[in-house]
Design a protein around this ligand. Structure first.
Ligand code: VGL
Ligand code: ZN
Length: 233
């Protein structure tokens, strides 16, 4: 639904998958599964579009510590990777335990998520050569390496505002929200609908998001109320 002022919001549920949730996820985020009721309550609002993203890696993905040679192959260590088309463009990124392998149990959306209310599922992270926290694109620009089509999907739907929730606040939610703002969408992260790999990083991430034009809001705040009010219009 769109209001008179052209407000057309989308909800993007980032990587709400088994591997990011206790009790069995290989990269479980503390409290990750607990966001389900809040996320489902948002999915029930009159968003113009709802999207769930999935981290969707091949087994030989560059972000898996298991695919690197010792000694620099321990999960949570940092490595430098280069743009596969341009050795001069590099980024430092973190290694992870194997997670969200395409077709595996761990890659499934959690059963608590009300998928009947999810209109589109966007997969990301399929290119083994690059990390892709953002549901829009991999971090390389010269040239661009991997894009999901999410920006086009939102644009074709006439979306003006993006509300992001999901896992994890300090990785995929953060980079998805930053790219959403870069793509020109007014972008919010609904705080109660997310959890961080490192909860002590929350305030720093919130500050960084703000610098990049993204606001962390509350589910009880005016930004979410604006979506609720679309239903009353
Ligand atoms: C994520 C680490 C590795 C995330 C994905 O969804 O936040 N984190 N891959
Ligand atoms: Zn991943």
């Amino acid at each position: 639904m769109a209001s008179a002022d052209g407000f057309k919001p989308a909800l993007v549920v980032v990587d709400f998958q088994e591997d990011f949730c206790p009790p069995n996820g290989s990269l479980a985020v503390t409290g990750g599964r607990d966001i389900a009721p809040l996320v489902n309550s948002l999915l029930a609002l009159p968003f113009a579009m709802t999207v769930a993203t999935k981290d969707w890696h091949p087994q030989d993905h560059v972000s898996f510590a298991s695919n690197h040679a010792p000694p620099n192959n321990k999960p949570f260590e940092s490595v430098t990777i280069a743009n596969p088309h341009n050795a001069a463009e590099t980024e430092t990124t973190r290694l992870w335990p194997d997670h969200c392998v395409q077709g595996s149990k761990g890659a499934e959306l959690v059963p608590e998520l009300d998928v009947a209310k999810v209109q589109h599922v966007v997969e990301k992270g399929q290119d083994r050569r690059v990390e892709m926290y953002s549901a829009f694109k991999a971090p390389f620009d010269d040239p661009v390496v991997a894009q999901s089509g999410l920006a086009e999907l939102l644009r074709e739907g006439g979306i003006t505002d993006v509300y992001a929730v999901g896992l994890a606040f300090d990785y995929c939610v953060k980079y998805t929200a930053i790219d959403s703002a870069k793509e020109g969408f007014k972008t919010y992260v609904v705080g109660e609908g997310s959890r961080a790999v490192d909860p002590s990083a929350w305030a720093d991430v919130e500050r960084e998001l703000k610098e990049k034009g993204v606001t962390v809001v509350s589910a009880d705040g005016e930004e979410v109320k604006k979506v609720k009010d679309l239903g009353a219009a």
